[in-house]
Design a protein around this ligand. Structure first.
Ligand SMILES: *Cc1c(COP(=O)(O)O)cnc(C)c1O
Length: 247
């Protein structure tokens, strides 16, 4: 895909985001489109320069490290959207601007220590990943919704400890909805995440909880209508990963 095609696709996606945002009484500017570049080589990603995209999402540390070396850190903002093992926390902190996949108190504590050890870097922005659909195959804090009293109390306990960590800036929630042909099937997941965020604002008011990272190529409009502030879009921008051109 060349730069013109990428620009056309991105323009179409931004238009759809704007329409969806307006349905929820917001402006399209309040939603960040993260281009998910996993599996695509740096040469392809470089073509996003000049399209107005500043935010890139990767799900593997090693792959991201190679790409960031080739493409540079700035002017991009790199988002880790895949799960993170504790032993790679230091690498993740060096590479990424935002980590969307913090899914345990233990991982947050580890990240906090790693950031503390690095005098160069300021506080690390993180999102807490929530498994709202309760899928066994997905990571994330296990929380189906607010009616789930026991899980909610457990989650809130962890969130309060995370919010008190001095070197992290927890700024919202992230979820990966189940695969579905029809976005309407996953809309309840997006709605549930937004409600959890609203409840956190009430119960843990010392942090901002502004961000909702939800929605991918096939369902980002429903996510934006339900309040997404960040959508993670791969295939709709860069094409199918299976047929991605090799460098
Ligand atoms: C791959 C991936 C995406 C992007 O998916 P598309 O269907 O290509 O838009 C979004 N979020 C996460 C966590 C991913 O791993």
């Amino acid at each position: 895909m060349n730069s013109d095609e990428l620009l056309a696709r991105l323009t179409a996606i931004r238009d759809r985001v704007t329409v969806a945002a307006e349905k929820s009484g917001r402006s399209g500017d309040e939603v960040t489109v993260i281009a998910v570049t996993k599996t695509h080589p740096a040469t392809t990603v470089a073509r996003l320069r000049g399209t107005g995209v500043a935010d890139l999402g990767e799900n593997r540390i090693q792959e991201a490290a190679t790409k960031i070396e080739e493409l540079g850190h700035a002017p991009w903002r790199w988002h880790l959207i895949g799960s993170l093992q504790s032993n790679k926390a230091a690498q993740a902190v060096r590479l990424f601007d935002v980590i969307h996949s913090v899914d345990t108190l233990k991982l947050a504590q580890r990240l906090d220590r790693v950031v503390a050890d690095d005098p160069e870097r300021g506080p690390m922005r993180i999102l807490l990943q929530v498994n709202v659909a309760g899928e066994a195959s997905k990571s994330g804090f296990d929380l189906r919704g607010l009616d789930d009293g026991e899980r909610w109390e457990r989650f809130l306990g962890a969130v309060r400890e995370i919010a008190a960590l001095p070197h992290l800036v927890p700024c919202g929630l992230m979820t990966i909805a189940p695969l579905a042909d029809d976005p309407e099937q996953v809309r309840p997941c997006f709605r549930a995440l937004a409600r959890i965020r609203d409840a956190l604002r009430e119960h843990v008011p010392d942090r901002d909880w502004r961000e909702l990272s939800m929605g991918m190529s096939n369902d980002f409009e429903a996510a934006v209508e339900e309040g997404a502030t960040m959508v993670r879009v791969g295939r709709a921008i860069l094409g199918d990963r299976d047929t991605a051109p090799r460098p």
